[in-house]
Write a new protein. Structure first.
Length: 355
């Protein structure tokens, strides 16, 4: 394991402290081709907003990029833009590549990502619907031999599969696991992941990140203690989220506020719990919860289009569009929660990002 590419100790420590990591969308032209100018602008937006890393080639980037020969070009474009930002700011950026499919495909994608300078792979197991825990762990170890891993628990409702406590304990025992993004939209299953990490003895090593779009702020305000006598606690300290692909500057402020409060041990003020409910309501509009998330990617695009970062809401799948009434729901949350958007920040910087 010592010969494997590993996340640097400094980057691993930053990951554990907590980052905003947007799940990077895909900017397309009206002809549904990659819009490189606006794709770069999106990356610059996230980095200037204060994101500690980016996840590229994931669900929000549209899994279909693989069928369109766009996986490597999209990853390469983001990597180049991240490196340019690092050179200008001196701040490191954690580059995470989405890796999917059966073992041969996942290993191939991980190798491409490593060649392009990515630090870790966000590993989806959705394609292995019939594999048992032994098969899943064997698959995971094969990818971990190529590059460090961020585990990903995707809710079954959107293509994922159930993964129990025993699986997550064994997953956490793999040396090259740096973090886990938890997105089961289920508190019981979230607890399975956290307890698995703790019982594997890696509660202080593996970074825990929320992907629970319905519970973002509350996840960040929760400390888990599975043995009251020991008093040992672990926390979700950051998020890797499609939701944080919009209004990102405010997401950075929210994460900083939550982490500062949790580190101080202070009481959680009522206004933060109110904020949590408001963020969940906004997410319901963006992600089209009313229609079982059918418009989740176009919803992200619509917010970015209104801000001028995207030209339109086009996706690679022409049938993937805003649901009836979704635009009006986005209007509603814009009006209800003006403190949640970062439109002013985008206006001030948009010309530079698009240059």
């Amino acid at each position: 394991m010592g010969q494997l590419p590993m996340i640097s100790p400094e980057m691993a420590a930053a990951l554990r402290r907590g980052m905003v990591i947007p799940a990077h969308p895909l900017a397309l032209t009206p002809e549904r081709k990659l819009d490189e100018r606006r794709q770069r602008a999106l990356t610059r937006y996230y980095l200037d907003a204060g994101s500690g890393g980016l996840a590229v080639g994931v669900h929000s980037t549209q899994f279909e990029i693989r069928q369109h020969g766009m996986y490597r070009p999209v990853l390469q474009l983001a990597a180049e833009t991240m490196r340019a930002h690092e050179a200008g700011s001196g701040a490191g950026v954690l580059a995470i590549a989405g890796v999917i499919g059966p073992t041969a495909q996942a290993v191939k994608e991980a190798r491409q990502a490593r060649e392009l300078g990515y630090h870790a792979a966000l590993l989806s197991l959705a394609a292995l619907k019939d594999a048992d825990d032994d098969g899943l762990i064997e698959h995971t170890r094969a990818v971990a031999e190529v590059m460090p891993l961020i585990g990903f628990y995707l809710q079954p409702a959107v293509g994922g599969r159930p993964l129990g406590f025993d699986f997550w304990r064994r997953f956490a025992e793999i040396d090259n696991v740096a973090g886990i993004k938890i997105a089961p939209f289920n508190r019981y299953k979230t607890t399975d992941v956290v307890r698995g990490v703790v019982e594997a003895g890696r509660g202080g090593e593996i970074a825990l990140y929320t992907g629970n779009d319905d519970n973002i702020i509350v996840d960040l305000l929760t400390a888990y203690c599975f043995n009251q006598a020991s008093g040992n606690k672990v926390r979700i300290t950051g998020g890797l989220l499609g939701h944080w692909a919009v209004w990102t500057r405010q997401a950075v402020v929210q994460l900083e506020q939550a982490n500062a409060l949790m580190e101080s041990g202070g009481d959680i003020p009522q206004e933060l719990l109110t904020l949590a409910a408001q963020v969940t309501d906004a997410n319901a509009a963006f992600f089209d919860a009313a229609n079982d998330f059918a418009g989740c990617i176009p919803g992200i695009h619509e917010v970015l289009r209104r801000q001028g970062l995207m030209e339109g809401t086009w996706t690679l799948n022409p049938d993937e569009v805003l649901s009836p009434g979704q635009a009006e729901e986005i209007d509603r949350v814009y009006g209800a929660y003006p403190h949640l958007n970062d439109d002013a920040f985008v206006r001030e910087n948009l010309d530079a990002w698009l240059a």
